[in-house]
Design a protein around this ligand. Structure first.
Ligand SMILES: [Zn+2]
Length: 165
């Protein structure tokens, strides 16, 4: 449902979803008015992005791909010195895991995937297939970290009843 004002008499009118762009009579002044398109808010976008299914596989279990929308990509560059700073703070480090480094990579990867989700939502896709994420160290003194993420945005057919997906 959306709420808008009649351009003639300024009465507040409630319109159900799905009649955007149609002409209706204003209940107050009887003028024919067009129901405005619903504004897509940042919150709507965020919800749509969170619903995108993301997988490294080329298909979704029990769901059919209806349409290939296109390839979406994201590049996240972590500013100069992020790795150098990290090196400076971990000089005594000998072998094994490097928690700070792992955190930086994980954050960058999540950010890249989030960008992909938002792009897919904007394209009205339902899922991202074949996700691949690459990590590259670049820049002077290897001070920068670049994460690139790539996936195919697809629209899925409606859920088939009696099958859970
Ligand atoms: Zn009116």
């Amino acid at each position: 449902m959306s709420i808008f004002r009649c351009p003639f008499c300024s009465t507040s009118i409630k319109a159900p979803d799905g009649i955007e762009g149609q002409l209706v009579d204003c209940p107050a002044c009887n003028q024919a008015i067009e129901v405005p398109q619903r504004k897509i808010t940042e919150a709507d976008r965020a919800i749509a992005a969170s619903k995108i299914i993301v997988t490294t596989t080329g298909f979704i279990e029990n769901r059919q791909t209806e349409k290939y929308v296109g390839i979406v990509s994201a590049e996240v560059v972590y500013g100069a010195n992020v790795l150098r700073d990290f090196m400076a703070t971990t000089r005594d480090f000998v072998g094994g895991r490097v928690p700070q480094y792992e955190t930086v990579v994980r954050d960058a990867r999540q950010e890249a995937i989030q960008i992909l989700r938002e792009k897919a939502a904007r394209l009205e896709a339902d899922a991202l297939l074949g996700l691949s994420v690459d990590c590259e160290v670049l820049g002077q003194q290897n001070g920068m970290l670049m994460i690139t993420a790539l996936a195919t945005a697809v629209k899925l057919t409606e859920k088939i009843p009696n099958q859970s997906a």
